[in-house]
Design a protein around this ligand. Structure first.
Ligand SMILES: O=C(Cc1cc(-c2ccc3c(-c4nc5ccccc5[nH]4)n[nH]c3c2)n[nH]1)Nc1cccc(F)c1
Length: 271
């Protein structure tokens, strides 16, 4: 099936990405509502990301998980590449977070648990980690979280591959890398959990150099307001550990008391 733009009624813009815009669209034959991302070939070429796009499309089209935004397909014309993506009815999570300033412990725990399950699924398929930060998260019709890979993040695995050119000289644990990604993911999930509860990331600072220092020193502080349970702080402290092998494993996170007592098992936050 070769898609073309004439298969779709194109509606309002949903977001502006680095490489193009995303539009609400309806596939005419099925009346199915989708998000259509339009990328300009010229821009992709000058940024040398075509091969990355192909790999992203290859990976994303094989992922099937309720908390990972679906990529249904793609097509291209003379000047543009089009991605047919799942439409997330309730939009962008970071806008929700800005509006509420910070989330309740139940809402934060429900989101963190569903992200942990999505990451366990990705790692199980040896898929490199997804770039989880509020800007990459969308909300589905029932309030469920969807990871969408806006960032074009060059995943550590790829960076290592491109950086070293060949894998021959890398030690087992680096070639294995999935383990390495898993621990990277726990760190960023810990950052996200902190930001859900306090409204700001833990190592935020005016200057990048300052933030960098606070990260490498793991200068983790919990402000007195908003009031957050010691159980939540305990979980965050087990995730934001400098030694990557000492960070809490994703499946262990799902057994942590704060998650067990606060996360909605369905992964749906109904408010
Ligand atoms: O580019 C993206 C991810 C992506 C998703 C989106 C995106 C942006 C917004 C939405 C929305 C959406 N729903 C809304 C409701 C209200 C307000 C705003 C909304 N945005 N649904 N689905 C979306 C999808 N932009 N970019 N993935 C990608 C990139 C390269 C290759 C590949 F296989 C996937």
């Amino acid at each position: 099936k070769r898609w073309t733009t004439s298969d779709f009624d194109i509606g309002k813009p949903l977001g502006r990405g680095k490489f193009g815009h995303v539009y609400l669209a309806r596939e005419k034959r099925s009346d199915h509502i989708v998000a259509l991302k339009v990328l300009f070939k010229a821009q992709l070429q000058q940024s040398q990301v075509e091969h990355q796009l192909r790999r992203e499309v290859e990976i994303q089209s094989h992922l099937r998980h309720p908390n990972i935004l679906r990529l249904y397909g793609y097509f291209y014309d003379q000047k543009r590449v089009y991605l047919i993506l799942e439409y997330a009815v309730r939009g962008e999570l970071y806008k929700e977070l800005q509006k509420c300033k910070y989330f309740s412990e139940r809402r934060a725990a429900t989101y963190v648990a569903s992200l942990a399950r999505a990451l366990i699924y990705c790692h199980g398929k040896h898929v490199i980690h997804r770039d989880i930060k509020p800007e990459n998260l969308l909300i589905g019709a029932q309030g469920e979280l969807k990871i969408a890979d806006f960032g074009w993040s060059v995943h550590t695995f790829n960076r290592r591959r491109t950086m070293c050119g060949t894998l021959d000289y890398l030690p087992p644990e680096m070639v294995e890398s999935v383990e390495h990604d898993a621990s990277v993911d726990i760190w960023s999930l810990g950052i996200l959990c902190y930001e859900f509860l306090y409204g700001v990331p833990p190592f935020e600072a005016r200057e990048h150099s300052e933030t960098y220092k606070r990260i490498v020193q793991v200068d983790l502080k919990f402000p007195p307001k908003p009031i957050v349970s010691s159980s939540a702080k305990d979980l965050i402290s087990q995730m934001l550990v400098k030694e990557s092998t000492q960070r809490l494993a994703l499946h262990k996170l799902l057994e942590h008391p704060w998650i067990v007592q606060n996360a909605d098992p369905s992964g749906l936050y109904r408010g």
